[in-house]
Design a protein around this ligand. Structure first.
Ligand code: RP5
Length: 162
């Protein structure tokens, strides 16, 4: 993507990329300019601070944050920017992502994180939701999103067998 990114996809570790790549692929399909970064709440707190604090001035409109385990990244990001933050609970080995989900979804009133499903569906839906947010002020993107949804509907078979 050569255009300035409108959506930032951040994740706590390179190990989250397998999940978060689905968010990037979905934004690619909708031609939404985005960037991807590893930003850990625990291991790189200063990188997180710099990323969240500079996000508005850099022109980002939405942040998608994926993390697993004690998943503080989405909530900490939301605490430092007024941009909408969409949280993706990455499936963990020990607790299958229930830890990630509960860490992300149970924000105290006042600091919202829009929490999606665990794993790949959540990553895809975070991208679709981010695109839908942008589409409220971007008619061309709204049309691409409508077309994406129409293709999905057309792809659903009537019979459950070949
Ligand atoms: C979290 O810890 C990351 O978001 C990742 O899901 C999890 C494990 O990270 P690695 O040990 O694989 O780097 O911070």
């Amino acid at each position: 993507m050569t255009e300035a990114p409108l959506i930032g996809i951040i994740m706590g570790s390179r190990s989250d990329w397998e999940t978060m790549s689905h968010a990037a692929a979905t934004l690619d399909a909708l031609c939404v300019p985005h960037e991807t970064r590893v930003v850990s709440a625990h291991r790189t707190p200063e990188r997180l601070y710099d990323y969240a604090r500079s996000a508005v001035d850099r022109g980002l409109k939405v942040i998608i944050a994926g993390a697993g385990g004690a998943a503080h990244l989405p909530g900490m990001t939301a605490s430092m920017t007024r941009l909408p933050v969409l949280g993706v609970p990455v499936e963990s080995k020990a607790l299958k992502g229930m830890d990630s989900l509960l860490s992300i979804v149970q924000m105290p009133g006042g600091v919202p994180v829009g929490t999606l499903a665990i794993g790949k569906p959540g990553a895809i839906n975070a991208a679709l939701l981010g695109a839908a947010i942008l589409a409220t002020h971007d008619e061309a993107l709204a049309e691409r999103l409508d077309a994406w949804r129409a293709r999905q509907t057309a792809d659903v078979a009537v019979e459950p067998f070949d």
